[in-house]
Design a protein. Structure first.
Length: 170
């Protein structure tokens, strides 16, 4: 059951990371368009900055679970790199309470903000005033995906820590 949960979470975060990474294409195209319009034609847009902020925020927040899945988060490897996989798993289990507390609080607040934003049809405070509620929902989803990937890692750490040898599960 735990292995199935971990595989499903991994697959969802893999899919989400790959889909969200495609947002880099419009992001780069919009930046290029804005540079050309601004500096070659002296005709800057009023929308490029707002769209780029929302695309960048979506990429950053939705990529958290994918980054954890592929062990791409920044860690202090001075000590952890010297530990065996079993000892590293035990340290991660001990420190995971900070991770779950922080993400639990973030998710709680993000869900409240997303709900309020949807109900009020919140707009971004800029000249263009694009809707902000899709980004608020993406933030809540991204935090949730990171949280469930953290649970999958926690399960794997329990398995690794309970082994007497140094074999690691991925």
């Amino acid at each position: 059951m735990a292995a199935t949960f971990c595989r499903i979470v991994d697959a969802v975060n893999e899919w989400a990371g790959r889909v969200v990474s495609m947002l880099f294409i419009p992001l780069v195209l919009i930046v290029m368009l804005e540079v050309v319009l601004r500096y070659f034609f002296n005709r800057p847009t009023i929308w490029a900055w707002d769209v780029n902020i929302q695309l960048t925020a979506t990429i950053a927040i939705m990529g958290g679970g994918y980054a954890l899945l592929h062990r791409r988060h920044v860690i202090v490897d001075i000590l952890a790199g010297r530990f065996s996989p079993r000892v590293r798993a035990i340290v991660d289990l001990v420190t995971s309470s900070f991770f779950f507390f922080a993400l639990g609080m973030l998710l709680w607040f993000a869900l409240q903000r997303a709900e309020r934003s949807i109900v009020t049809r919140e707009l971004y405070t800029s000249l263009l005033e694009p809707p902000l509620y899709p980004l608020r929902v993406a933030v809540a989803i991204g935090i949730f995906l990171l949280l469930v990937q953290g649970i999958a890692k926690f399960i794997r750490d329990i398995i690794t820590a309970s082994r007497s040898g140094t074999a690691s599960t991925s």
